[in-house]
Unconditional design. Sequence first.
Length: 183
Amino acid sequence: MRKEYSNLLYKKVFLYRPLTIMGIVSVGMFLFFLISDSMNTVFTIIQVALLWGVVGYLLPLLVLFFNYKKENNKTILEVINNKFTYKKKNKTIEFSFSDIEKVVLNLSFPLYHRDIRLFFWDEYYYAEIKLKNGKSIIITCLLCDEIETLIPKNLIERRRRIFQVITKPDSKVVRNFSKQYDS
């Protein structure tokens, strides 16, 4: 079995599909309210719906999309007979199941519980593959949304996250947060 994941293969599913659905719903609402009698009420409803759509659906979706794109842009993951090759910029890491300490899947609450997803950004998740040699690799759903099926279940740790944005332990935000609460 040989599979190659590159060029953020699943961005169509995780970005374009929600944007298309949001556009169709917005146009449908506009047309439905256009035939209404009271135009003041129509404009108020449209403003509230647009505000809710942007704040509740679009902004979190775009934050996660660009966060994941930054992490896995120009990244290639090759899977050949249970051997993995991870290529990002000039860095190549090869590993197999025996090299993996654990894989932490960072999932939204609905994904974790396998429930209905109410928001488009609930579908986003990423896997942090921790190798026994101390290296860590991040694979987002935009690059490979089959990671849970590729790795043996005994190596997977599922973790619930309210907002599954990728943060690195060496980032300034995490360091400042740690300084504030460690003292």
